[in-house]
Design a binder for this molecule. Sequence first.
Ligand code: PLP
Length: 363
Amino acid sequence: MSYKIPLGRPFLGKEEIAAVRKVMESRLIAWGNKVKEFEEMFAKKIGRKYCVMVNSGTSALWLGMKVLGLRNAVIIPTLTCNAVLNAVLNARLHPIFADVDEETHNIDMSSVPEKQLEEADAVIVTHTYGHSANMDTINRYVEEYNLTLIEDFAQATGGNFRNKKLGCFGKISITSFYGPKLMTTGYGGAILTDDIEVYEKCIYMRGDNLNKYYPGLIPMNMRMTDIQAAIGIIQLKKLDKMVEMRRKIAEKLKELLHDTKLKLPVEKGYAKHTYYKFAIILPENMKKSKFIEKMKKLGITTGKLYDPPLHKTRTAMDILNITLNLPISEYLATRTVSLPIYPELSEEDIIRIANCVKFVMDD
Ligand SMILES: Cc1ncc(COP(=O)(O)O)c(C=O)c1O
């Protein structure tokens, strides 16, 4: 067996190292002017008025929900990262689980019963694996049921919906800069909004401007450091290039795997996919655990995407005591696997991944 290919890998170079060194030498490692600079750059890049940087995407979600003053239920897709459910539960809100669209794996609002649509305060929309949700449909539901839209573009920073940047759609939009994400600060997250009041409350909740007082809001220290922001500034400059590199790799993988029984990722006409994940659906005759295990033996790490879906996790079962069937997500959870994808994946490694997939499928 030759070297191992990881699932994801941040694209870091000399520029990030130099930026970190500069902050270290300044001694202003926690709170100088880098966070502010990064916030202004990120808001401008995405096209929002305000940005608040925090220490993770989960913090961004939790803090955003607190600031929005949500009280009751929040609709979430069941096929997404645990952090979404954790943030909702930690904000003392009730999750309503929605099934997903079979092709794009994004939230399917039509799966939510009418009564629950009426009860909900808000909806969290993720752009699963980097493919934009259909925001035209989402916005129709948002208007009809008077929902607050929280956009979670943690998997889609740099992606588009109808040529509009993701991150532009929510009352608040949040993202994550965790290591293997589309751009990174190690850990980190951002909240974007166009509402000055929401912005000021987010700053307060993050642990700044504590001379202010907002009834019902209790701040936590969720700040990003200047060291992280210095990395983020460089990463942001490379974002478009990194997304393009992922897109090229995805095209190559699709080309090499088109004649297999796998269902490959789609890109709808309205979307610019970021390929945060290259998610494939295994055929019925291939057990997911077997596939993952055999690929591992060949030195290739694969991801076990969202198995179980959130409504079947122990957290959901224990805390909410629910039995719910969301058939499309449950089916996809048993069959979806992600292949390695990251900007520096070489042509040789792409070919090796495709050959190993074919070998395992024929085995
Ligand atoms: C859709 C989504 N939301 C939120 C998060 C949480 O972000 P973080 O890991 O930075 O807390 C993640 C993943 O990490 C994610 O994929």
